[in-house]
Design a protein around this ligand. Structure first.
Ligand SMILES: [Zn+2]
Length: 362
């Protein structure tokens, strides 16, 4: 690439794509000006003002508090602690060169409560709920043992409005629910949470804390059966994050299974006792790569559910594989049409397909 071309490309490395890759929290949008939580000086709890501006027109950033500023490449380089030249290369690889702005999610200003508080609130909530017969039977049919159903704290979302109000009221007397995804205030300022036809799946972190709740819907909505318990765009609501759950993974673990479904992840964790990383609704591979980079895992098997697999997942697999292949990881994919297939004796026996070919992806 000649110098002038390079300069031209640099100008178009989208600040929004870069913010997305860095998992920065965008909290406001005004035309081409975006506000985000500054990754260098943080979030001002008192003023509730986000100090970092991202300009999608000239791809520059600036923080009014700590003075950090520059172009998108520099932001990426500074956060990843690499040189601008390396950042430039990585961003081209990560397809951040774009003249079109990406769709960014605007999250409300409510700061996510810390993990201990989220864990306490969600555990109290689940304590007040039960798992109804149809959901218990569904989980049994999939192959989960009763002990596993108990341990994973699955609970049916209450259908009755008055019950959800009552439970929320009890919780709001004990905890500040501003900052707990899923809860919001109604016009009369009483707390509540949404009705879903389905059941809660707690998503635990490495220490056994509940990071967030996934909801498994009885019927798919917008092409997905699994959504996050979240309350952005509601009065005093809080957006959730896309949490990742690592199970049975220690410093000795070298092989792991990757799945985009928490129930399948729990099934692999409990019934097969195998190391597994589960996620859902993730639109960039960065988070998963970060999780894998912090382990000694070298062999990764991605389980793809047919026909539930969507284009987005295909894209994610491609991205993850493209990022991991050059680093010497052994990668493989296995397709299943039914959860029970993982119990087939030879399901995980085959050797790794190192020559996984990357399909053309968006
Ligand atoms: Zn700052």
């Amino acid at each position: 690439m000649n110098y002038l071309d390079e300069q031209e490309v640099k100008k178009h490395i989208s600040i929004l794509n870069v913010a997305y890759q860095l998992c920065l929290e965008i909290v406001d949008e005004r035309g081409t000006e975006y506000k985000a939580i500054c990754p260098f000086c943080g979030y001002n709890k008192n003023s509730k003002v986000s100090t970092l501006s991202l300009n999608s027109k000239n791809n520059k950033y600036h923080c009014v508090r700590c003075g950090a500023g520059g172009y998108s490449i520099g932001l990426y380089a500074r956060m990843k602690k690499i040189s601008n030249q390396e950042a430039y290369k990585e961003l081209l690889d990560r397809e951040c060169y774009s003249q079109n702005k990406v769709a960014v999610e605007i999250s409300p200003i409510n700061l996510l409560a810390d993990i201990q508080l989220r864990d306490r609130v969600y555990r109290d909530l689940l304590d007040m709920l039960k798992l109804e017969g149809q959901h218990r039977n569904y989980l049994r049919r999939i192959g989960l043992l009763d002990s596993s159903i108990e341990d994973n704290l699955y609970r049916t979302v209450p259908k009755k409005y008055i019950k959800r109000r009552l439970i929320s009221n009890i919780l709001s007397k004990k905890y500040d629910l501003a900052g707990i995804p899923g809860f919001f205030q109604e016009e009369d300022f009483n707390w509540c949470f949404n009705k879903y036809n389905g059941f809660f799946i707690p998503v635990f972190d490495d220490n056994g804390y509940i990071q967030g709740l996934s909801v498994h819907l009885d019927q798919s909505f917008n092409n997905t059966e699994d959504i996050w318990f979240s309350s952005n765009n509601k009065i005093n609501g809080t957006a959730t994050k896309n949490y990742i759950m690592k199970s049975n993974i220690t410093s000795n673990t070298t092989s792991a299974i990757l799945t985009d479904n928490f129930i399948l992840g729990n099934l692999i964790k409990d019934s097969l006792n195998m190391p597994v990383i589960s996620f859902q609704n993730i639109s960039n591979s960065y988070m998963i790569l970060k999780e894998i980079e912090n382990t000694n895992i070298k062999n990764i098997t991605f389980i793809i559910r047919i026909p539930n697999c969507n284009n987005n997942l295909d894209y994610i697999i491609n991205r993850i594989f493209r990022d991991l292949l050059p680093l010497g990881y052994n990668l493989d994919t296995k397709c299943i049409s039914n959860f029970n297939e993982i119990f087939d004796l030879d399901f995980f026996d085959e050797t790794f397909n190192v020559n996984y070919t990357l399909k053309s992806s968006a």
